[in-house]
Ligand binder design. Structure first.
Ligand SMILES: Cc1cc2nc3c(=O)[nH]c(=O)nc-3n(C[C@H](O)[C@H](O)[C@H](O)COP(=O)(O)OP(=O)(O)OC[C@H]3O[C@@H](n4cnc5c(N)ncnc54)[C@H](O)[C@@H]3O)c2cc1C
Length: 393
């Protein structure tokens, strides 16, 4: 038996023994996802156990080096772990922008001091991070950002406003793009980190059509940030910002893949029922779900292939835009079908029968998938220009 097959067998055995049965159930609501942070609370004993066991093995960040709290797994092993978790339906033990966005940046651009300070605390879920990129006049045209950071010897003074900062009101630290040179556009941007409890930082939650408020306006009023919190070079933040965006787009693209929630087919069977041949009763819905599931399977195979290419360093630099575009559109389609399949429960907004309107609220939330992390139109521009090489794109 090859090493990787042995690893797969041992991993599966460990997961079967250590993942509590409740943590292999489909996700029902936001509380089923543990985000960590200074003020985090576990929803159940099973959630705490699962999180702590995975932290101990370094498997909240299986591919990071052990010295930073990771599992030290190679690319192929990390992929096997992910496949086995998916097969068994194990929930992620920790949801984290620190893992998906800031971590890769610090591994590539951070100083050793910054890595040792932040990465283990991300791996252990101690600090929750938010992303301070967008501003009222800088979204798709991110390089127009105007939040200023003036350098005074050993610290910056930051003034300005961010918008759409997801979970800023619940986060402990922010990774933030600031303007350190107003004469140059991209070349005048720096990437800094700071504690959200620093005097002068305030947040104002924004209510969405889903009835929830996952994001905020974030204000900086003479915020003092130590110079050592600058990542990379002064005025060198644009390359870092783009590197992080590629990771963010991969993360968002992955929502196209089946998650640890009920499938469209399961929801439809529960709401519509089966005919005597064991097929979904509604033939029109049946054909729409079949077509969706074919596209979902094709996307899963494609993301696996792009992952393999990336591990061999043969991936295309712009592929994250293609992943983000297709994954976001697929997830929107999934929840259109969930809403269409869910019967009366899918229209409910409150009440335990519908799990507090889970389908209706998630369906509305997915509308933002093709905006967050860069809009679908902007991703299509990138694909046209950098992958297809279309003239004039
Ligand atoms: C759910 C959600 C969570 C978010 N979380 C965060 C966060 O945590 N931190 C953060 O910093 N930001 C966050 N954002 C903001 C997000 O990054 C921006 O909304 C996004 O980049 C688009 O910017 P904008 O809203 O200013 O739209 P605009 O840039 O004003 O775009 C408006 C419209 O014009 C189109 N458009 C713009 N430029 C072009 C072009 N060149 N070619 C073709 N069409 C174009 C767009 O596609 C869009 O349809 C979040 C957004 C959402 C929806």
């Amino acid at each position: 038996m090859s090493d990787i097959e042995t690893f797969r067998r041992e991993t599966r055995a460990w997961l079967l023994q250590n993942c509590p049965p409740e943590m292999c159930q489909p996700i029902r609501n936001d509380e089923d996802m543990y985000w960590g942070g200074r003020n985090a609370r576990f929803q159940s004993e099973a959630q705490r156990l699962w999180f702590e066991r995975m932290v101990e093995r370094g498997w909240t960040v299986p591919g990071w080096p052990r010295v930073y709290g990771g599992g030290g797994l190679g690319g192929e092993e990390a992929a096997v772990l992910q496949q086995e978790m998916r097969t068994l339906g194990c929930r992620l033990p920790l949801y984290s922008f620190g893992i998906w966005m800031l971590g890769p940046v610090l591994l590539k651009y951070g100083s050793e001091v910054q890595r040792l300070e932040h990465l283990p605390r991300i791996a252990r879920g101690e600090i929750r991070w938010c992303q301070g990129y967008s501003e009222p006049n800088a979204g798709s045209d991110l390089a127009s950002l105007a939040t200023r950071a003036e350098l005074h010897d050993d610290h910056f003074i930051v003034n300005g406003q961010k918008i759409w900062t997801s979970y800023a009101n619940l986060s402990d630290w922010i990774f933030c793009l600031v303007r350190t040179d107003s004469a140059r556009k991209q070349a005048g941007i720096s990437f800094v980190l700071f504690d959200m409890q620093t005097p002068g930082v305030s947040t104002r939650p924004t209510l969405l059509i889903s009835g929830k408020s996952p994001f905020c306006e974030t204000f900086f009023d003479n915020v003092k940030v130590p110079r050592e919190n600058l990542v990379g070079e002064l005025d060198g933040g644009w390359s870092i910002a783009k590197y992080l965006l590629a990771h963010e787009r991969e993360m968002i693209g992955n929502i196209g893949n089946p998650a640890e929630a009920k499938t469209v087919g399961q929801v439809a069977v529960e709401a519509v029922g089966l005919d005597p041949q064991g097929r979904l009763l509604d033939p029109d819905l049946r054909s729409q779900i079949a077509s969706f599931e074919v596209d979902e399977a094709a996307f899963a195979a494609w993301t696996e292939m792009t992952g393999d290419l990336a591990r061999r360093r043969e991936g295309h630099p712009a592929i994250s835009s293609a992943l983000k575009y297709y994954g976001a559109e697929l997830n929107k389609r999934r929840w259109e079908l969930m809403a269409a399949s869910g019967g009366a429960d899918a229209l409910e907004w409150e009440g335990s029968r519908s799990n507090e309107g889970m389908i209706a609220r998630t369906w509305l939330r997915t509308k933002g998938n093709s905006i967050e992390g860069g809009t679908s139109e902007v991703q299509l521009n990138v694909v046209a220009k950098h992958i297809l090489g279309l003239p004039g794109a």
